[in-house]
Design a protein around this ligand. Structure first.
Ligand code: 5AD
Ligand code: SF4
Length: 478
């Protein structure tokens, strides 16, 4: 017999299944997990199959036009699946969460009437209540920016779920953005910058670490602008928060993303210099190498400012590698501007990058500019930029061959006896090693590069530390 569970409305409901499909950034991955944790209280177990789900949530991204189109085509597909389920006497609920939900609101229900719940990123803590109302036959839209602290109301993950998710976890430390780059919808969909109090972040991190998490990535749209209330009554900065987290002995690695060049201050660079657990890998989007375009984008930094930050970061941490985001074909971008971008890429030398064609977003200032760039020019520039970046990525990966790198081991690999970990630069590193190595950091001699993986062997003969963490759930992730 299926177990009964208490639902948000207090009524008893049968155990049900939820399928969440997330698009876009890490913030969405985090939000999807927290929605799953909150719905677990109502008896919803997660399933990888949309077909068997009683609740399907599309957790959407609005950053580029294609992302929105993807949501509507996905909804078209789900409509067929829902009709099929209904002919078998099942009534799955379809919900749209995330930034498309925020931006489009009830327009989603108008265009896709099979959708019963539309919930913005600031309201996901109300998911249980919204789903309960949808189950009663209502269509509900909740996109008002909530005044209460959503993080306080989202449920923490059950212990076995944290363990099943593996040894690396995200923790949101701030949300939203006050920078208003002229191409970007984030200030409108995620709202203005808000930092969580340090005590709550630490409590969440400690809960994860107690269940075997060894690496935490602090996430936020403007994570290095973090300024949350500290445990000492003062506002804490990101480096202060990282320093406090680094004191937890079981936590081996700390990362943070995404940063804005304007907020890369001395204190953060000193933290990179002094805190061994901070990984030497920085995602620092620049968007363009042309001062004229940076100005038009309202980035509030110049090309020279950015290059200076890179230089100072390398000084603080010589083994630092960099990644960035680039937009090609921003309105008014000339061949000369684009050449400036290529030159900046050559000057920095990236380990990896994300590249995008400019996509006009309704309501943002750049969408109204006259000098929109033709699609074929954007495509050509994207191709050239990607070619350069791929060469750099390959060179960076090759430069790791012959070195010894610290690897945090995560899960069994595809081949017998293999365990896969990640280098400080997030490259996958498969190694022949005992399962007990999962959850610990060991030095690996890198012998070969195979596509994007670094193939290596454990360096030295020191015995592998006894398993601090090795659960069947994690092993099942392979
Ligand atoms: N068009 C193309 N790319 C965009 N990004 C944000 N808005 C747009 C847009 N309108 C990219 C930026 C940002 C990343 C998350 O998405 O490069 O850093
Ligand atoms: Fe968007 Fe710019 Fe804010 Fe990043 S800094 S979220 S690109 S407005």
């Amino acid at each position: 017999m299926r177990e009964a569970a208490r639902s948000a409305s207090g009524a008893m409901s049968e155990n049900r299944k939820v399928h969440i499909k997330s698009f876009g950034c890490q913030m969405n991955v985090y939000d999807a997990r927290r929605m799953a944790d909150t719905l677990a209280r109502d008896g919803y177990a997660e399933t990888a199959s949309a077909k068997e789900a009683d609740l399907i949530i599309l957790n959407t991204c609005h950053i580029r036009e294609k992302a929105v189109e993807k949501v509507y085509s996905e909804l078209g597909r789900l409509r067929g699946m829902k009709a099929d389920a209904e002919s078998h006497d099942r009534k799955p609920i379809i919900a749209v969460a995330g930034c498309v939900a925020q931006a489009e609101g009830k327009e989603i229900i108008r265009r896709a009437p099979s959708v019963r719940v539309v919930v913005g990123p600031q309201n996901i803590h109300r998911i249980s209540e919204l789903v309960a109302r949808a189950n009663e036959g209502h269509a509900v839209v909740d996109t008002e920016f909530a005044v209460e602290d959503k993080f306080e109301q989202l449920a923490p993950p059950k212990h076995e779920i944290t363990r099943a998710r593996g040894i690396s976890a995200f923790v949101t430390v701030q949300e939203g953005c006050d920078k208003f780059c002229t191409f970007c919808v984030v200030p409108y969909t995620r709202g203005s910058e808000a930092s969580r109090p340090a005590a709550r972040i630490l409590a969440e991190a400690e809960g994860l670490i107690a269940q075997g998490v060894k690496e935490i990535t602090l996430i936020g749209q403007n994570v290095n602008a973090y300024h949350g209330a500290g445990t000492d009554g003062r506002d804490w900065t990101l480096p202060k928060l990282v320093a406090r987290l680094a004191e937890i002995p079981e936590l081996k690695r700390i990362r943070y993303t995404t940063s804005h060049p304007r907020d890369m201050d001395d204190e953060l660079l000193e933290a990179h210099r002094d805190i061994e657990k901070m990984m030497p890998f920085l995602h620092l989007p620049v968007q363009s190498g042309s001062d004229r375009i940076l100005e038009e984008m309202n980035r509030k930094h110049t090309r020279a400012d950015y290059l200076r930050i890179i230089e100072r970061t390398r000084k603080a941490r010589p083994d630092m590698a960099f990644s960035s985001d680039f937009i090609v074909g921003f309105p008014g971008e000339t061949d000369r501007d684009f050449e400036d971008t290529l030159a900046l890429v050559r000057e920095v030398g990236y380990a990896q990058c994300f590249t995008f064609k400019y996509s006009p977003r309704p309501g943002t200032p750049a969408a109204d500019l006259d000098a929109q760039i033709p699609e074929d020019v954007k495509s050509e520039r994207l191709y050239r930029l990607q070619e350069l970046i791929e060469t750099q990525q390959h060179e960076f990966n090759l430069s790791c061959v012959g070195k010894e790198l610290d690897v945090l081991f995560e899960k069994p690999g595809r081949h017998e006896g293999q365990i896969v970990g990640r280098s400080p630069y997030l490259q996958p590193v498969p190694v022949i090693a005992p399962k007990s190595i999962i959850g610990s950091v060991a030095r690996v001699r890198i012998n070969e590069l195979r596509t994007y993986s670094l193939i290596g062997e454990l360096a030295g003969n020191e015995p592998v530390a006894p398993a601090e963490y090795s659960s069947p759930e994690v092993n099942a992730l392979a």
